[in-house]
Ligand binder design. Sequence first.
Ligand code: KG4
Ligand code: ZN
Length: 347
Amino acid sequence: MKTIKKHKSSNLYILAIESSCDDTSCAILENKKVLSNVAATQLIHNKYGGVVPELASRDHEKNITKVVNEALQLAQVPLCNINLLAVTQGPGLMGSLLVGCSFAKSLSIALNIPIVTINHMRAHVMAHLIESDAQKTPPFPFLCLTVSGGHTQIIKVNSPYNFELLGQTIDDAVGEAFDKGAKILGLPYPGGPEIDRLAKNGNTKKYKFSISNLNNLDFSFSGIKTSLLYFIQKQQAIDCNFITNNLNDLCASFQENLLEQLLLKIEQVVKTQNIKHVAIAGGVSANSRLRILLSDFGKKNNVEVYLPKFEYCTDNAAMIGICAYFDALTQNYANLNFAPKARFELF
Ligand code: KG4
Ligand code: ZN
């Protein structure tokens, strides 16, 4: 099927859709400005301790029309004024991606307007380029630490189209480590926000969990959950209420060990590459302790730090829309035969 190559006015009115995991989201942008950003987070997965792919796609199908209508209404932009579509092509859950991609393709055909397909991990970084009074935009090149449930990457962002991967996890993502650690502590899914909340009243130095520190800029987070698990098993043999009696300290110490590793690598890059601007992105960038530690690091090292607004930390369609704005400048439109990609490498 052909690519639709024209949009109808010089001002871009972008309708963006994100459905790669368990958030159904739609945003409307006027060029680089977000007019609305609506997300329906699926709560059905909480009781299963993780996202159930089949249930996620069913919920996307149920929610998507409602979310898109709500985004249009909030933005006060009629559907006929939309002149560009954007959708997450991957990476993500295949069934979830299919819902967003099919919906976006149908709109593209019905409205006869072009569509841009977006890599979800690039979008987390690009959220920093959204134009807003409340958020400053980093100049190029800047460093971005992308920390989510599926990825941990240190990226040098040279332009909206040129990303250099400096380091990444060789096993679990840091968000996954938060979630698996939380599960061991008996906390509900997603565990990251729970650990963050409980850690606020805990002692960060009470326990030490071993974590691999690789020589290069890569990360390894799979060992720390085993370290936590063995420690808990040993302590519970002595005191069956060990977790309950020490929950805040366990969360604070576990979280601190994970975050120290992130900060260590950022420090390494900043010092060796003379970087002056550092951003964070992805679900874990909502972590209150990470935001404090990074801000302190910035002050001490004369580095400007960029923290995303909370609504742009976890999955959202505004970040997909801002990518589409930049891709439309280079007319990088998709052919309508495109298919979602469960695996979609940025590099
Ligand atoms: O970016 P995201 O919404 O989805 C993916 O693309 O994976 O990230 C989800 C991850 C989950 O692992 C969740 O536990 C983590 O982000 N997360 C947090 C916090 N909020 C979300 N981790 C630590 N502290 C938080 N406040
Ligand atoms: Zn994400």
